[in-house]
Design a protein around this ligand. Structure first.
Ligand code: SF4
Length: 303
């Protein structure tokens, strides 16, 4: 049972074991994040026959920055190797429709596993460890269901159930700090340089392009916060909860930005022209986008 970190539990993309599912199953809209549009279920024009990305070292330069910050939390390899037992959608095209339907469901389940695993490492959440363990085990069991069960799963309902626990964790972590209440707030482009956001509730907040330089975000709840283009240079996010590497990768920052121990500084915070999936700090291997959820549309709301 996980008192190990999400990273230690392998809740990260392993593109080498995946059939390029995020490059085919998900739709793109042409935007600043994706140079071309494509429908769900249609392979990206850059996806090669071996499921590798043909432009993986030049994603930002070629107009696909959205691919550099995607994380499936390990859902891609689970669907490819466990749910469909290694049968890929090119060799077994009859599986493709179901596989592409299951992938986004699995991604949501794995994202929940990430949050629950993180919660289980938090001292502040000690009093609800049994409930967290049970939720983790139940979610893990769901990820091992058959394709037929997974494609019919009411994942939104399961998310809502788990979210009540995650909310409790958030309250326990932030208890006694009187953090600001910004749940779901529109803070797009907000000037929050040096702001005291310690223990703030920023669940699902829109922080796109916000100036958070030097802000104090310690113990803040950042689940689902949209940090695209937000400037975290010099900000302190130590002890913040439910922050993912994909959110960090979508933001700006600097070597002085302080992150929770489980997350890493993306290389593009120091070498902006080289930012690619290779530079994200979580080398994904030669195929696969890293974050579409945060690019063509808002990430799913969790608050
Ligand atoms: S990483 Fe992005 S550009 Fe490359 S194949 Fe996948 S979707 Fe296409």
């Amino acid at each position: 049972m996980p008192e190990r970190t999400p990273r230690e539990l392998g809740l990260l993309a392993d593109c080498e074991s995946c059939f390029g599912l995020c490059c085919v199953a998900l739709p793109f809209s042409a935007s600043a994040d994706f140079a071309v549009a494509k429908d769900a279920g249609r392979p990206c024009v850059n996806l090669q026959d071996d499921f590798r990305c043909g432009i993986h070292t030049q994603l930002r330069q070629r107009g696909f920055p959205g691919c550099t910050v995607f994380d499936c939390f390990g859902a891609g390899q689970k669907v490819s190797q466990v749910t469909f037992e290694g049968r890929d959608w090119r060799q077994a095209p009859e599986t493709s429709g179901q596989m592409f339907t299951v992938f986004p469901v699995m991604r949501q389940l794995h994202e929940l596993l990430w949050y629950l695993a993180e919660a289980l490492t938090l001292d502040a959440a000690a009093e609800i460890v049994p409930e967290l363990r049970a939720a983790y085990e139940s979610t893990e069991r769901l990820t091992r269901e058959s394709p037929g069960v997974l494609e019919k799963l009411d994942v939104a309902a399961w998310r809502a159930e788990v979210n009540t626990l995650l909310l409790r964790v958030s309250e326990l972590v932030r208890a006694g700090h009187r953090g600001r209440e910004h749940r779901g707030a529109d803070l797009i482009g907000a000037r929050l340089k040096g702001a005291d956001l310690r223990a703030a509730n920023l669940r699902g907040a829109y922080l796109i392009g916000a100036d958070l330089r030097g802000a104090d975000l310690r113990l803040a709840d950042l689940i689902g916060a949209d940090l695209r283009g937000a400037d975290l240079s010099g900000a302190d996010l130590t002890g913040s909860v439910f922050l993912t590497q994909a959110q960090v990768n979508a933001a700006k920052g600097s070597p002085a930005t302080r992150l929770p121990a489980s997350l890493t500084h993306p290389a593009h915070w120091t070498t902006p022209d080289r930012a690619s999936d290779r530079a994200s700090g979580r080398e994904p291997g030669p195929r696969g986008p890293r974050n579409r959820a945060g690019s063509r549309k808002r990430p799913p709301r969790r608050g």
